[in-house]
Design a protein around this ligand. Structure first.
Ligand code: FES
Length: 136
């Protein structure tokens, strides 16, 4: 099942795209344009403590994944697969999985572990402020 919207859905959603803080060209295959899948405005992800040290947390509704390889060292990436734009559904320690065609990504670097995706997940700036994570 593809999670990419059809053209009609894209047009209907155009007015909402600004409010969501995301670009519309998220479903493009391996073109490098997946960078538009990153937020264009700051996103409050909630308590930084929810991201385990040595692990990661998926913020599927925000299409982001945050890892914390070492205490206080947060890394954030788009959770939209760079193959065809599906959103990752599972994160196990430092590995994120795409449900559509099986790509896997290292969520501490964004690098592809297993294809068919060939481009890394775009990195998103993230900071912890007053115990909260802010991405974008
Ligand atoms: Fe094909 Fe993710 S969309 S592997």
């Amino acid at each position: 099942m593809s999670q990419c919207p059809d053209r009609r859905t894209m047009l209907r959603g155009a007015a909402l795209a600004g409010a969501a803080g995301f670009g519309l060209s998220a479903c493009t295959p391996d073109s490098g344009s997946a960078a538009s899948a990153v937020p264009t405005a700051p996103v409050d992800l909630g308590a930084a403590a929810e991201v385990p040290v040595g692990g990661a947390r998926l913020y599927r509704e925000d299409r982001l994944v945050v890892s914390q390889p070492a205490k206080g060292d947060f890394k954030c990436f788009s959770a939209m697969c760079t193959h065809k734009g599906c959103v990752l559904t599972e994160v196990d320690k430092k590995e994120g999985s795409c449900p559509c065609h099986g790509s896997r990504f290292d969520v501490t670097t964004g690098e592809v572990i297993q294809g068919p995706a060939s481009a890394p997940l775009p990195e998103v700036p993230v900071k912890a402020k007053n115990g909260k994570l802010i991405a974008g």
